[in-house]
Design a protein around this ligand. Sequence first.
Ligand SMILES: Cc1cc2nc3c(=O)[nH]c(=O)nc-3n(C[C@H](O)[C@H](O)[C@H](O)COP(=O)(O)OP(=O)(O)OC[C@H]3O[C@@H](n4cnc5c(N)ncnc54)[C@H](O)[C@@H]3O)c2cc1C
Length: 345
Amino acid sequence: MPTHAPSSFSSSPPSVSVIGAGIAGTWQALLFARAGYPVTVHERSDPELAQSTSIRAGGMLAPWCEEEAAEPLITRLGARAMTLWRDHVPDAVFNGSLVVAHPRDRADFERFARMTAQHERIHDNRIGEIEPALAGRFRDALFFPGEGHVEPRRVLPALHAQLTAHGAEIRFASRCEPDDLDGIVIDCRGLAARDSESGTAAAGLRGVKGETIVVETSEITLSRPVRLLHPRWPIYLIPRAENRIMIGATSLESEDDGLSVRSALELLSAAYAVHPAFAEARIVETGTGLRPAYPDNLPRIDIRGSRIAVNGLYRHGFLIAPALAEMTLAYVREGSIDNEVMECN
Ligand SMILES: Cc1cc2nc3c(=O)[nH]c(=O)nc-3n(C[C@H](O)[C@H](O)[C@H](O)COP(=O)(O)OP(=O)(O)OC[C@H]3O[C@@H](n4cnc5c(N)ncnc54)[C@H](O)[C@@H]3O)c2cc1C
């Protein structure tokens, strides 16, 4: 049972403070602001969010591709979140995603097809029609038409602008702890939550390192994320503005923040195997980010009175953040509890 009375809204709504303007905090703040709550967001970084994981993400919205490796909960949350992305974010692109494999990795391809849903098997001509850069390169592919993607560095500022337009205040360069604030506090500090005294809800959080390389090329244009299945070096290629493509991402049990030579070789070799024109592309950026994960790699909304911590978004933060925000709002408004995600302490 909730340990504080959910807001009945009979008088003026209680104030809501959100700590962290990464993708989790931003969606929480947006849905509360849209529902009429006075919202203040505190973010320790500047508006570029240099200290967030979110700014380093691929931004794929791929609930069905993720079925291959994630728990059914992620697909449930992700499928719901797709509607919220469509309803609230005009910048989100819904061109679907494509999964390919080289002939020698046929078994991986068939396994992926069996483990996932909501895809169509398409063949060489059709691949060339929807993604001309890949014409003649793969015999068949899995096309997930309902999936989408966003560019984190564009969509976060756009969401922050929406937040302000709905009357919320965002305070950058404002580091604070949940206990510093009154009213309803939604703690979305990501991995940093485990560093503080009030981080009990964050016990067990770890960072799972992801490395990426962004290249610029006018030779290859993609309209949607492309995943290459490979037994050792699975990669994805995500279109970015200005002829750029993000190649990602490793998944390493490490909190080191450098890109290793091994990872760079693997990411670039795998991209080259998708299309040899990657050899002439210009490397414009390398990056690493730490995905905040609990031991079971599942997200959690931890409720302690009026302190609510939303964390553990792991490799699905962009995909599931809207659905988690909707659940938090439903809890505060009506006391609804989703037992798979929420814990009341
Ligand atoms: C390489 C890579 C690729 C990824 N690709 C995808 C993808 O394609 N699709 C997908 O869905 N997910 C993807 N992810 C996962 C996704 O990025 C994470 O799940 C998500 O960013 C976590 O968001 P968050 O808001 O919880 O944490 P963060 O983004 O880290 O946000 C936390 C914020 O809290 C702030 N903060 C911390 N402490 C304080 C404090 N005391 N006071 C004020 N502010 C504070 C931080 O500065 C930060 O901005 C990827 C991750 C990586 C690393």
